[in-house]
Design a protein around this ligand. Structure first.
Ligand SMILES: Cc1cc2nc3c(=O)[nH]c(=O)nc-3n(C[C@H](O)[C@H](O)[C@H](O)COP(=O)(O)OP(=O)(O)OC[C@H]3O[C@@H](n4cnc5c(N)ncnc54)[C@H](O)[C@@H]3O)c2cc1C
Length: 289
C-alpha cells in the first residue's frame, strides 16, 4: 500500500510529488505520456519565474525530470484506467498493474480540442516545435487566437512563408506582448470572426482551406495547426467529483477523505504553470498530513 498515488506528471503532479517526498511519503507518480504535460510541447515557455531566455517546453520538462531524479522520485510510465474509492484506500488500475494507496492526488490536466470538421485523413497538428522542417517556406494556418495559439503562430512565422491566424472572435484574444509582435510581423495575417469549414486534399496535401468568408489556397500544400483550447481530463474521476464542462468544479481538498485535485484539471481563472505548481504544492503538503 502506497501512501500517495499521484496521477499525472505535469507541473502540478511533479510539484505534489516533490513536496510529499520531502515529507517522507512513499509515492507512486503515474504518467501516461511525458513528464511536463502540456508545457513540454510548447515552442517557448513564457512568464514563469526563473526561466532561461527562449526556454523551450522540452528544456523545461527536462528540468522537471532532473529535479525528480535528484529528489529520488521515480516516474511510473503507465496509463491510469480506473480509480475506485474503497472503505479506507484507493484502488488504481493502470494498463499494466493495480495499485493501492491511502491518499490520491488527481493532476491529469487537460487535452487539446480538435476542430469540428472532417480532416479527411490530413495530418492536422497541434505543436510546431519539432516540426520546423515541414514548415519551411510553407503557408500555415493556425486556428485559435488565445495566448497559446498566438505564441505558436509567432514561432511558426520564423520558418513559414506566411501564417494565417484564424479565430472566431472579433479580435485577437492574446496578451499585448504577443499582439504587438503579431501586428509587427509582415508574415502573419489575422482572420477574425471566422473559422475553418472544410479542407481540399490532393495527393495527401491540403491545397485549399475554406473559411466562412474566404479560402486560402496553395498548390504546394498548407500546414494546419489547432490551438482552440482544452477539455479537462476528468473521465476517470467523474464518479468521485463534480464535473462542469469537462473540468472539476472542486477545491484542492475534495469532500472525499484522502482525495485531492491539482492543476489545470480544476476550474480556475488562470491556467498557467505557476497556478498548477501552486495547486500541486498545496495538494502534496495537505495529502502528506
Ligand atoms: C499552447 C500553450 C502554451 C502555454 N504556454 C504557457 C507558458 O508559456 N507559461 C505558462 O505558465 N503556462 C503555459 N501554458 C499553460 C500550461 O501548459 C498549463 O497550465 C500546465 O501545463 C498545467 O499543468 P498540469 O500539471 O495541471 O496539467 P498538464 O500539463 O496537462 O499535465 C497533466 C499530465 O497528466 C498526464 N495524464 C493525463 N491522464 C493520465 C492518465 N490517465 N494516466 C496517467 N497520466 C495521465 C498527462 O499525460 C500530462 O502529462 C500553455 C498552454 C498551452 C496550451
Amino acid at each position: 500500500m502506497k501512501d500517495i498515488i499521484i496521477i499525472g506528471a505535469g507541473p502540478a503532479g511533479v510539484s505534489a510529488a516533490l513536496y510529499a517526498k520531502a515529507r517522507g511519503k512513499d509515492l507512486l507518480l503515474l504518467e501516461k505520456d511525458r513528464v511536463g504535460g502540456l508545457i513540454s510541447h510548447v515552442s517557448k515557455v513564457s512568464h514563469y519565474a526563473s526561466l532561461a531566455d527562449n526556454e523551450s517546453g522540452e528544456e523545461f520538462s527536462q528540468k522537471l525530470k532532473d529535479q525528480l531524479a535528484f529528489s529520488n522520485i521515480d516516474v511510473t510510465y503507465e496509463e491510469c484506467l480506473s480509480i475506485e474509492k474503497k472503505d479506507d484506500f484507493f484502488l488504481v488500475k493502470t494498463d499494466k498493474n493495480s495499485y493501492e494507496s491511502k491518499k490520491l492526488i488527481y493532476a491529469a490536466g487537460s487535452k487539446l480540442k480538435e476542430l469540428d470538421i472532417d480532416y479527411k485523413g490530413f495530418d492536422v497538428k497541434h505543436w510546431p516545435y519539432g516540426n520546423e522542417e515541414s514548415l519551411k517556406g510553407k503557408t500555415v494556418i493556425v486556428n485559435g487566437g488565445s495566448d497559446g495559439a498566438s505564441k505558436e503562430a509567432l514561432y511558426i512565422a520564423k520558418f513559414a512563408k506566411e501564417v494565417h491566424i484564424v479565430q472566431n472572435q472579433n479580435a485577437l484574444m492574446c496578451i499585448d506582448e504577443f499582439k504587438k509582435q503579431i501586428e509587427a510581423s509582415d508574415k502573419i495575417k489575422v482572420h477574425t470572426s471566422t473559422s475553418l469549414k472544410d479542407l481540399e486534399i490532393r495527393d495527401y496535401k491540403c491545397v485549399k482551406a475554406i473559411l466562412d468568408d474566404c479560402a486560402i489556397c496553395d498548390e504546394n500544400g498548407i500546414e494546419i495547426y489547432v490551438q482552440i483550447g482544452q477539455n479537462g481530463s476528468t473521465d476517470l474521476i467523474k464518479d468521485l467529483a463534480n464535473v462542469k464542462n469537462t473540468f472539476l468544479d472542486e477545491e484542492i481538498s475534495s469532500m472525499i477523505a484522502g482525495l485531492y485535485f491539482a492543476g489545470d484539471v480544476r476550474i480556475k481563472d488562470v491556467k498557467q504553470i505557476a497556478t498548477a505548481v501552486a495547486d500541486g504544492t498545496l495538494a502534496g503538503i495537505k495529502a502528506s498530513k
